[in-house]
Design a protein. Structure first.
Length: 575
């Protein structure tokens, strides 16, 4: 194997009236459009960026032994191409003499359904143990909610003394499609979770590079470091109107989100405590530049919704929550998981970009443009936009929960189905020649990864392990109004990152240091004249993903896979 070098580096009433008064006029066939995003000025040939934002996977959990798979009988085989570069993965020593309480063990396809591991802000710091990376079992291992597993109950490997699921990993016989995409396109083995903690902070990082700026919550909220916060109503608070385009500035007593809370501006929120995030996000930047964009998530619309027909989304009479009812059962699970999870939708925390009642766009032609949907959509809207030559310049995609990869209710096989179907669809579209797809993750779920982080954002808060994030001499980031932004310690753990595009370098492993906010940086560099969000956002320090791209290529590379096996589809073409 070839070894490559690494380098570090609104008023709601008015909106409803608009829906009734203009839907007919706006519902012009989008098929007549000729890829309007192509007219936007960009610094690269990329005219469409699609960010598929998945859940809770560390780099070693999916790619620790890449490109070497066990290939047992009965599982999809994987053989690396000649000259495939290796990664900074699980060496023989780490597999057989690991400093943790157990060695990593391979999971096969029959063990696709695992428990959700512990991934709290402080837990993850303790697991890393000042860079020794040897306390994962004690701090993030979870087996059926803290008790020993029985066979058939969200298995990793069967827990026995000396064997703990948090250490385990998959290879190319289970995450087959991802390994094949890495062979055909580009991946990174040096991309990081911007900060410690679970889904909500990670979701905010990929759209704003910022978790500081909580402006509204309830006193005593465990999800945020707060001084004297204002009171927010308990959820569901989705009937409260947002204010499209108006950025809420954090007050002097703002805090930092470090755990999960539901967004205040969402009818589907069920937490007893909700929160509002202040400051700008990348959607605000794109709005200011007049560019098309959207966040598309499974289950955002009511069951039965048909894109282009707004009335089909109003099944419950006045949007009283029908949007929250869709659900599925994933492989190996036994209960229905709601497709839409409010705390995975970052734009719903901001009054400027929220769509509290999940109102649909007025037409397919409006997708990506400002109307009552305020750029927040169902996944069906994205597919309709692609099919009607109306894909926005920037699209964030969130799978329905059972396909997002999150341990406990999803799994890598259901996730593979979503990823492959989405990528096959895009690769068959006319816009593929100018598209880049980024597959990224929100956090590590606490799964073991062996590489210690560089602490770029220091902190001395009560939730930080003393001394871990910089000690007494820590340099705390300063942002809004000159406030110190505590509770943002990071980087935390390596996460998978792939760039799939006709312009991707082929069979390439990038060693450039990147993080979740590198997605924001690429959007800014490509469309916004390198504008930065400011006020302490991580985008100012983020590494670029452009080293995974080669703009001298012809723009024709495709790889059509089978969503079940992750192998080349029967009759599928590979260019």
């Amino acid at each position: 194997m070839q070894r490559r070098r690494t380098s570090l580096a609104v008023g709601l009433t008015a909106i409803v009236g608009l829906a009734a008064g203009t839907a007919g006029a706006a519902n012009v066939s989008a098929k007549k459009a000729q890829d309007p995003a192509a007219a936007a000025s960009t610094t690269t040939p990329i005219k469409h960026l699609v960010v598929i934002f998945q859940e809770n996977i560390s780099f070693d959990h999916y790619f620790g032994t890449y490109p070497n798979a066990a290939n047992p009988v009965g599982e999809p085989g994987f053989t690396a191409k000649k000259g495939t570069p290796t990664v900074n993965g699980l060496t023989a020593g780490l597999l057989t003499n690991n400093p943790n309480l157990s060695n990593p063990a391979r999971l096969d396809r029959s063990q696709a359904h695992t428990c959700d591991q512990g991934h709290g802000y402080t837990q993850e710091q303790k697991a890393e143990d000042f860079g020794a990376m040897d306390k994962f079992v004690q701090n993030t291992n979870r087996q059926g909610g803290g008790h020993p597993l029985t066979l058939g109950e969200c298995l990793g490997t069967t827990p026995t003394p000396g064997n703990f699921p948090v250490m385990d990993y998959y290879d190319g016989n289970t995450v087959t499609a991802l390994w094949n995409y890495a062979q055909r396109f580009a991946m990174s083995d040096n991309s990081w979770d911007t900060g410690f903690g679970p889904s909500t902070p990670g979701a905010m990082e990929v759209v704003s590079g910022q978790t500081f700026g909580v402006v509204c919550s309830r006193p005593g909220a465990s999800f945020a470091i707060l001084n004297s916060p204002a009171n927010c109503p308990a959820a569901p608070a989705g009937t409260t109107p947002a204010n499209p385009g108006v950025v809420q500035q954090p007050p002097a007593n703002a805090g930092t989100t470090f755990s999960d809370s539901d967004p205040y501006y969402d009818i589907c929120s069920t937490d007893s405590i909700t929160s509002v995030q202040g400051g700008r996000n990348v959607g605000d930047e794109l709005n200011s530049a007049g560019l098309t964009w959207g966040f598309f998530t499974g289950g955002f619309a009511a069951p039965g919704y048909v894109p282009g027909n707004p009335a089909s989304d109003n099944l419950s009479g006045g949007h009283a929550g029908a949007e929250c009812t869709a659900g599925h059962i994933g492989i190996g699970n036994t209960s229905v998981q709601a497709d839409y999870i409010p705390h995975h939708e970052p734009f719903q925390y901001y009054q400027s970009t929220a769509n509290p009642l999940h109102l649909p766009p007025l037409s397919i032609a409006n997708i990506g443009r400002q109307d009552q949907a305020n750029h927040q959509y169902d996944l069906a809207d994205f597919n309709a936009a692609v099919d009607n030559n109306n894909m926005p310049s920037v699209s964030y995609l969130k799978a329905p929960a059972f396909q997002d990869g999150h341990g406990g209710y999803s799994d890598p096989l259901d996730e593979q189905t979503f990823l492959v179907n989405t990528l096959n669809h895009l690769q068959k579209s006319p816009e593929w020649k100018s598209t880049a797809v980024v597959i990224a993750y929100d956090d590590s779920d606490g799964w073991y990864d062996h590489v210690p982080p560089t602490i770029l954002f220091q902190s001395q808060s009560s939730i930080d392990v003393p001394g871990f994030c910089g000690g007494a001499s820590a340099t705390i980031p300063v942002g809004f109004g000159g406030q110190q932004e505590q509770g943002r310690c990071g980087y935390s753990q390596r996460l998978p990152l792939l760039v799939i595009s006709p312009f991707s370098k082929q069979n390439f492993v990038d060693g450039t240091t990147t993080d979740q906010s590198s997605v924001v940086r690429f959007i800014e560099d490509n469309w916004l004249q390198s504008e930065r969000i400011g006020n302490g956002s991580a985008d100012a320090l983020a590494g670029s993903i452009e080293n995974m791209l080669d703009f001298h290529k012809t723009g024709k590379s495709t790889l059509i896979l089978d969503p079940s096996t992750g192998l080349l589809a029967k009759g599928g073409k590979k260019h």
